[in-house]
Design a binder for this molecule. Structure first.
Ligand SMILES: Cc1cc2nc3c(=O)[nH]c(=O)nc-3n(C[C@H](O)[C@H](O)[C@H](O)COP(=O)(O)O)c2cc1C
Length: 247
């Protein structure tokens, strides 16, 4: 019970009740807006999202159709569709000149945007199967690695929720907590998870618009997901994921 009560505190607000200085207040440099790209990495340019043709353009229809979908056709999605889904969830529309903040289709407390997007690509036109990372600042993809038996490994990493391995692509959001902590210290963690909810809701609605479906997933194996993506599990770790496919 003590643990439960302790966890409840995490959901409450304690903003401005502590005079500990944040690293931002101490004048320490802001962490990078995006995880660095390793030298020699394979980079893929994504189509412009303006080229999208939508299955549904009416917000009301998208909201009405939004349900968690766990059965997908054995069909690829196009790179254009993927490009749109990436923009809708984490795409960058504006960056301030001093690199202090980015503005995106999702809100984020203090515009910290503490996430990286990984993709487990199974069936996307023009992409090899493998693990990719979205480079939001340049709207590109980076190949993290090709993986043998990715479907099997993905299913293990989500504790046997086999519809993940049958998706066209699975989105995973990892958190780099220091991006939020730099500004908000102990208040960062609650708001970062609130931010993650917005991202996934945008994925649900954007999927409806392109004739695909998704399902939020919070039941996953932390270590296996982090290992597949190459996150260290301390300064970067998976917080949420969502498979996408035609239905
Ligand atoms: C934070 C969160 C975590 C979830 N985790 C899972 C999950 O691990 N596996 C799953 O099959 N569905 C998961 N879901 C989907 C819910 O079961 C689903 O939203 C709920 O049953 C309501 O159905 P609807 O989304 O179709 O309205 C999750 C949803 C949310 C919002």
């Amino acid at each position: 019970m003590d643990k439960i009560k302790e966890n409840r505190r995490f959901m409450m607000s304690e903003f401005n009740q502590d005079d500990t200085q944040s690293d931002q207040e101490k004048g320490l440099p802001q962490p990078p807006l995006q995880k660095p790209v390793p030298e020699g990495a394979l980079i893929i340019d994504l189509p412009k999202r303006q080229e999208m043709e939508f299955a549904k353009t009416d917000l009301y229809e998208c909201l009405k159709g939004r349900r968690s979908k766990r059965k997908y056709k054995d069909e690829a999605i196009s790179l254009k569709e993927l490009s749109f889904l990436l923009w809708a969830t984490q795409g960058m529309d504006k960056k301030s000149e001093d690199n202090y903040r980015t503005l995106r289709p999702v809100p984020s407390a203090g515009a910290r945007h503490p996430f990286e997007t990984y993709l487990w690509v199974f069936k996307v036109e023009g992409l090899k199967k493998g693990v990719y990372r979205y480079l939001a600042l340049s709207h590109q993809l980076m190949l993290v690695k090709e993986v043998d038996n990715l479907e099997e490994k993905a299913n293990d990493a989500v504790q046997g929720q086999v519809f993940v391995g049958k998706s066209a692509v699975t989105f995973l959001w990892s958190c780099i907590p220091y991006r939020g902590e730099w500004r908000y210290l102990n208040e960062a963690h609650k708001v970062m998870l609130l931010d993650a909810g917005h991202i996934c809701q945008n994925l649900y609605l954007a999927c409806e618009a392109v004739g695909s479906g998704t399902c939020a997933i919070a039941a996953y194996d932390q270590k296996l997901c982090d290992e597949l993506n190459g996150a260290d599990g301390i300064d970067e770790f998976t917080v949420y994921l969502a498979p996408v496919g035609k239905y």
